[in-house]
Design a protein. Structure first.
Length: 132
């Protein structure tokens, strides 16, 4: 992950956010993650650093790396484990506030135990819609 200073970090559970709306995402997971990335890049500004964690088939939709300011991370295994790894790395350095976007109860417990805040997918999508 790139070191970008003290701006807050937003870690997005792509699978959970994509799955929060029954819009046909299951027919084309790579396209669904591309739509999510576009919504994020269109609906956020540069006051927060964003990491989008992608797992499974959705990884085919977008290459790892930085896309219009959003860092895309491909989870080698579980997306939840990768999110916890990102949050733990931030917590170890106590560098900045971290918020994780997910509705997954177990993931919420894991990241809040590390000091992260949690934002639900609906709240996140509402903020993206309001900003664009």
């Amino acid at each position: 992950m790139t070191e970008t200073g003290r701006r807050p970090l937003l870690v997005v559970d792509a699978a959970n956010v994509i799955g929060s709306r029954p819009d046909g995402w299951w027919r084309d997971r790579p396209a669904a993650v591309r739509r999510l990335l576009k919504a994020i890049t269109d609906g956020t500004d540069d006051t927060v650093d964003i990491v989008l964690v992608v797992e499974g088939q959705a990884r085919e939709g977008v290459a790892p790396g930085v896309h219009a300011g959003v860092e895309v991370v491909h989870a080698a295994g579980s997306g939840d484990d990768e999110i916890v790894r990102v949050v733990a790395a931030e917590a170890a350095g106590k560098r900045r506030p971290v918020t994780v976007v997910t509705a997954d109860r177990l993931l919420r417990e894991r990241v809040t135990a590390l000091g992260a805040r949690v934002l639900g997918p609906r709240q996140f999508r509402d903020r993206l819609t309001a900003a664009s």
